[in-house]
Design a binder for this molecule. Structure first.
Ligand SMILES: Cc1cc2nc3c(=O)[nH]c(=O)nc-3n(C[C@H](O)[C@H](O)[C@H](O)COP(=O)(O)OP(=O)(O)OC[C@H]3O[C@@H](n4cnc5c(N)ncnc54)[C@H](O)[C@@H]3O)c2cc1C
Length: 337
């Protein structure tokens, strides 16, 4: 968002305030390279520190914002300090959904959670994973990579069934079982599981701050295609939003890294008065074992070029039949012409 502001020509001061103590980092590594040991802490950063200086962005880290005062146009910190603003962007992200009876489990969302999990995996013992969504599956794969015994519990019939559907879900189940995961589906985990237990059962938008300030919220902060909330001069971006998508002609909430970045950038440009409607198709990836899954819009295809073409197809609203998609000889570029 801050980069988008500068890209759009904004000349004023930019303050990026966040509750976490370190500079912004790439959360997707926390369930992948960080656990495998290939992406150490110093390589997690979203940007090198000097880029914030170059962009003229002041970082205020380790500070939780306690209140947004829309009438007086300031934000309040926990210690009573107030900071004035002319334009405000709320990008408070999501928090991991908690499961009753699993208070001491690891909920993987922030770096300290990942550090705690890594220490457990390094012991190479048994881990229990509740929820076979993206995070659960990635943690299971990381556990096997570190020779831990892994049991994974899933309420539905297949892992990632809601996203991938039953056929691809069944394929993924097979992949995990072949790699030694004890995958138990259509079941709820017992409450007395031995630790460590990792719970990955989805996340919820952190809308509290915005809602308390009177900003319209309905399963996410409601914003339009330029990132504008219901309050004057207040924008919102990333996981926390439910944004109007001109592509889908409805409000969507997306919890994907690329959308958070791209919609955030677009919102920054809009705040600078140089915005254009954000109409990109969501895109997501997951790494499990030697597999790289990519997901664009509502489909799943497996190579970079195909995924890029599929996104262009969706964005161009091109009409493609099921038969064409099922035909390995069909060239997606033809549908774009
Ligand atoms: C383990 C894990 C793996 C993932 N893997 C993938 C993946 O493979 N592919 C993919 O596309 N996506 C992945 N994601 C999702 C992706 O990381 C998110 O979509 C992205 O981080 C959203 O960015 P955001 O800036 O909107 O929110 P967040 O990254 O959640 O950042 C919000 C920030 O706001 C801060 N904050 C909240 N409230 C306050 C407050 N009151 N005061 C101050 N600061 C506050 C939070 O501390 C946090 O630092 C993964 C997520 C996780 C947790």
């Amino acid at each position: 968002m801050a980069a988008g502001l500068r890209d759009g020509g904004f000349q004023g001061d930019i303050l990026l305030a966040g509750a976490e103590p370190g500079a912004p980092y790439e959360r997707p590594h926390l369930s992948k390279g960080f656990l495998w040991g290939t992406v150490p802490t110093e390589r997690l950063g979203l940007r090198p520190r000097e880029q914030y200086r170059e962009l003229g962005v002041e970082l205020m880290l380790g500070e939780r914002i306690a209140e947004l005062d829309l009438d007086r146009r300031n934000i309040g910190l926990g210690n009573g300090t107030r900071i004035a603003w002319d334009l405000l962007c709320v990008a408070t992200g999501s928090s991991a959904r908690r499961l009753d009876g699993f208070d001491d489990a690891i909920y993987l969302r922030e770096l300290p959670d990942a550090r705690r999990l890594l220490a457990e995996l390094e012991r190479g013992q048994q881990i229990n994973v509740v929820g076979a969504g993206f995070i659960g599956c990635e943690v299971a794969a990381a556990g096997r990579r570190r020779s831990c015994g892994v049991t994974m519990f899933e309420a539905l019939a297949q892992p990632l069934q809601r996203v991938l559907g039953p056929e691809l879900g069944a394929y993924l189940a097979e992949v995990h079982r072949e790699r030694g995961v004890d995958l138990r589906t259509q079941t709820t985990p017992p409450l007395n599981l031995i630790t460590p237990v990792v719970v990955g059962v989805g996340s919820s938008p952190r809308t509290g701050l915005a809602a308390e300030a009177g900003i319209a919220v309905d399963g996410g902060i409601l914003v339009d295609e330029l990132g504008r909330t219901s309050a004057a001069n207040v924008f919102a971006a990333g996981d926390v939003t439910k944004f109007w998508s001109p592509l889908y002609e409805e409000r969507v909430r997306v919890e994907h890294f690329q959308t958070a970045q791209r919609q955030g950038f677009a919102t920054g440009r809009a705040m600078a008065g140089a915005g254009s409607p954000f109409a990109e198709a969501p895109w997501f990836w997951s790494d499990q074992y030697d597999m790289n899954l990519q997901y664009a819009g509502a489909g799943l295809i497996n190579d970079h070029h195909t995924v890029a073409r599929a996104r262009h197809l969706i964005e161009a609203r091109a009409v493609v039949t099921v038969q064409q998609l099922a035909d390995p000889g069909f060239d997606l570029r033809r549908a774009l012409r």
